[in-house]
Ligand binder design. Sequence first.
Ligand SMILES: [Zn+2]
Length: 115
Amino acid sequence: MENRANRIRASRAALDREASQLVITWSDGSESRFGLKQLRRDCPCAGCQELRQHPPAPAPGELVLLDGRAAAATGEAVRLEPVGRYGLRIVWGDGHDHGIYTFANLRQFDPGVAG
Ligand SMILES: [Zn+2]
């Protein structure tokens, strides 16, 4: 059985700054919206994955402080950059830009789209 979702491509990606959303228009004309804060939290780069899986543990008796990177984490996106034909990079307000969001994953995450 063929997976229909694999044949659908993103035809347009844009930032809706007012709604703080990433808007993807697919080749079938449908549209998906993703909250930027959620995307930032789910940043797929190796560094953020590591941080999510193994949050730095404070030494006993030590005050828990967010490190600079976590404290500066923001849902504000500066711009989008295409990555090949398969995904895009989001440059965040704090300068973080390591995560590549593939269209296949975005399409999968969108609860509004049936695969
Ligand atoms: Zn990241």
